[in-house]
Design a protein around this ligand. Structure first.
Ligand SMILES: *Cc1c(COP(=O)(O)O)cnc(C)c1O
Length: 358
């Protein structure tokens, strides 16, 4: 990695240097995608395809509420209206019936045009694309997979692009493939989206006419230094994913009989295990017991997006989002990373059991 960084310092092409396209090609290979367009972060990666499709005011874009706020933020920043959809109670990913209900509601109201759905692969595991896709297609929706937490996840051996028009990801340090700062990318098999995104990430520049900018764009590029770091990290990523899976299996073996709910992965799915998330009656008590032992843990998400100040007035599918609310009260994410040892995991498990006993 030091060598990669030194090479960038030597050539000095800090913006869109050769490492950027080298990394984009490597990521396309890894994800079996025709095109990768890197950008400044995972939020811009969501905004860029919506800009390419000219999604904006008067448009409805469906998304879950049990996600990081950036999913809905990207929609709102485009001037479109996020419509919150409920989750499956076991996998925490978007529920197909709730998506259908949300679409029906928007169509019935007749005020907004249904344009797209952002499906999140939460905590690392693939959503139920085979159930969601026909519903999206019937309604004429573009499909974005927000794979910020789940790069490398598969369902029946295929990545999200098997179903989605565009898949986006984030290289924020805490994501499965993290860099040493901010970074993101969108992947697609649609050459028009890729071309538009290449222009839009560079202020909408027109490569045919020097000095011309053909549309209002963003300044959103992946730093060459980050690309050099990501090239090295990507070469270890497949091994890291299998180590994360081993660690998750070990937690589940030890916790299955004690905790009400260990994570459920969809049939045929392989998770990238960005988070290992359990459910307990009193997550704060378990978190405190872990903290006493010097073990960090995190609550994702105590406030789902539709309960947050900036988003509380937006429409939700049906009569609120009961599964989202129920999950938000009970989830707790335990430490998981590739070089976590079984001894460390045993300590975490002891902390969880101590917390459960009060
Ligand atoms: C982290 C995250 C994002 C945003 O990525 P940034 O790189 O932080 O902008 C979007 N969606 C989800 C689900 C995320 O977890």
């Amino acid at each position: 990695m030091d060598k990669g960084i030194q090479a960038v310092l030597a050539h000095g092409q800090y913006i869109l240097g050769p490492e950027v396209s080298e990394f984009e090609d490597a990521l396309s290979d890894f994800c079996d995608a025709d095109h990768t367009v890197s950008c400044a972060n995972g939020t811009d990666a969501l905004i860029l395809p919506m800009m390419a499709w000219k999604i904006g005011r008067g448009d409805a874009v469906f998304c879950p509420s049990f996600t990081y706020c950036a999913t809905a933020e990207a929609i709102a920043l485009k001037g479109a209206t996020p419509i919150f959809v409920d989750i499956d109670r076991d996998t925490y990913n978007m529920d197909a019936n709730s998506l259908q209900a949300a679409i029906d509601q928007v169509v019935r109201d007749g005020k907004l045009r249904p344009r797209a759905v952002i499906i999140v692969d939460l905590f690392g595991q693939p959503a139920d694309y085979p159930a969601l896709l026909p519903i999206a297609q019937k309604a004429g929706l573009k499909v974005i997979s927000d794979c910020a937490q789940a790069l490398g996840c598969t369902l029946h051996g295929k990545g999200p692009l098997e179903w989605a028009d565009v898949m986006t990801t984030s290289f924020f340090p805490a994501k499965p493939l993290g860099c040493y700062g901010d970074g993101g990318a969108l992947l697609t098999n649609d050459v028009d989206v890729a071309k538009a995104a290449l222009s839009l990430r560079f202020h909408g520049r027109n490569t045919d006419i020097p000095g011309d900018h053909k549309q209002v764009g963003l300044n959103s590029r992946l730093d060459t230094l980050q690309a050099a770091i990501l090239l090295v990290k990507l070469s270890a990523f497949a091994d890291e994913l299998s180590l994360r899976n081993k660690a998750a299996d070990y937690y589940s073996d030890r916790l299955r009989d004690h905790v009400g709910c260990v994570p459920t992965v969809i049939d045929g799915g392989i998770s990238s295990w960005a988070q290992y998330t359990i459910e307990v009656d009193d997550p704060s008590a378990v978190q405190a017991a872990l903290k006493n032992r010097g073990i960090p843990s995190a609550r994702y998400y105590p406030l789902p997006v539709h309960r947050q100040s900036a988003y509380a007035d937006l429409p939700t599918a049906g009569n609120g989002l009961p599964n989202t609310d129920a999950a938000s009260h009970r989830t707790l994410s335990l430490p998981i990373y590739p070089d976590l040892t079984t001894e460390q995991q045993d300590e975490v498990v002891e902390g969880v059991l101590a917390g459960l006993q009060g």
